[in-house]
Design a protein around this ligand. Structure first.
Ligand SMILES: Nc1ncnc2c1ncn2[C@@H]1O[C@H](COP(=O)(O)OP(=O)(O)OP(=O)(O)O)[C@@H](O)[C@H]1O
Ligand SMILES: [Mg+2]
Length: 292
């Protein structure tokens, strides 16, 4: 599954999730463990997962993927309601290294809704828009990131389905956050949109039960959202959460993201909703800039 048009391979969307990084280049999709850890010497070069990575970047050395999750001494994945940090940059560069040999790329990336101010978007852009040299598992690649869109998580998923002017409520359940986004005529209603500081993996008691997280989401939205509103559920646990959301919001469905590739529309699982929406946005913005 690869896009056939070389030029469009330069347009890449990366959702640097707290738990898994998701990537979309046309019909090519990838996801891998988000963990990043410091490097140490391992006398036995055990393989822990298909996404094991040993990287070198700007004089630093580290592990990525499942290897980082297992071989980490000080916690393994940066969590939180912002993606404006070094680990997110590393996740994006690792995603690029794993998936492209293009020298010049145009990116769409994401950040949780509530923390995505103009300043944060500028900061994320300035850490990405430049030349990067990164070695992964012995292979050196050079990228020039030419331009970047920073999209709001949750809202990005709106662009993974056909456009509607109707009011749509998007519930993006992630591992560290839930983005609860209201969109009318394609525009976000800020007063009815939030990012929570909880997600599937933020409890000290382990992974949240779908019932408990749905109850939290309903509690947090029901002051502003009406029971009959159109609700769309996205994110990794969409399939297990949606039935509990539907108990309250009867008009609930799971988004099946649609990728607008040069070869036609392709479908993806709901965990890719944000990254597919970001890709569609990036295609709109950048397809005139890339040379066919
Ligand atoms: N098919 C599936 N069924 C049920 N749960 C799943 C499935 N796939 C992933 N998950 C769960 O989804 C959660 C991660 O979802 P997702 O990848 O959307 O989060 P993230 O984007 O990494 O986090 P955040 O949005 O907070 O940055 C994890 O708890 C994972 O166990
Ligand atoms: Mg997410």
């Amino acid at each position: 599954m690869t896009t056939t048009n070389h030029a469009f391979n330069q347009i890449i969307a990366i959702d640097a999730g707290n738990n898994e990084v998701k990537l979309c280049i046309g019909s090519k999709l990838d996801k891998f463990c988000s963990a990043i850890a410091d490097w140490h010497r391992r006398p036995q070069q055990e393989q822990h997962g298909p996404d094991d990575m040993e990287w070198e970047y700007q004089g630093m050395k580290g592990f990525g993927g499942t290897l980082a999750k297992i071989e980490s001494e000080f916690g393994s994945s940066m969590y939180g309601v912002s993606k404006n940090h070094f680990e997110a940059t590393m996740r994006i560069l690792l995603a690029l290294h794993r998936n492209t040999n293009e020298k010049e790329v145009y990116l769409a990336v994401g950040n949780p809704y509530d923390s995505l101010t103009k300043e944060v978007a500028m900061d994320i852009k300035s850490s990405l828009i430049k030349s990067h040299e990164i070695k992964v598992n012995g292979s050196l690649k050079k990228f020039v990131i030419k331009d970047v869109i920073v999209a709001a998580e949750g809202a990005a998923a709106f662009h993974s389905i056909p456009y509607t002017t109707e009011l749509v409520r998007i519930i993006d359940v992630g591992s560290g956050t839930v983005n609860l986004i209201s969109i009318l005529r394609g525009r976000i209603i800020d007063i009815e949109s939030f990012t929570t500081d909880y997600g599937m993996l933020t409890s000290k008691y382990g992974e949240a039960s779908p019932f408990a997280i749905a109850r939290g989401i309903i509690g947090d939205t029901s002051k502003k959202w009406k029971k009959e509103d159109k609700v769309k559920v996205v994110g990794g646990p969409a399939e297990i959460i949606a039935p509990f959301i539907k108990n309250h919001y009867g008009n609930t469905e799971i988004i099946t993201p649609q990728i607008w590739t040069p070869d036609g529309i392709k479908f993806a699982p709901p965990i890719f909703s944000n990254v597919v929406g970001m890709y569609n946005l990036a295609m709109k913005k950048f397809s005139d800039l890339v040379q066919v």
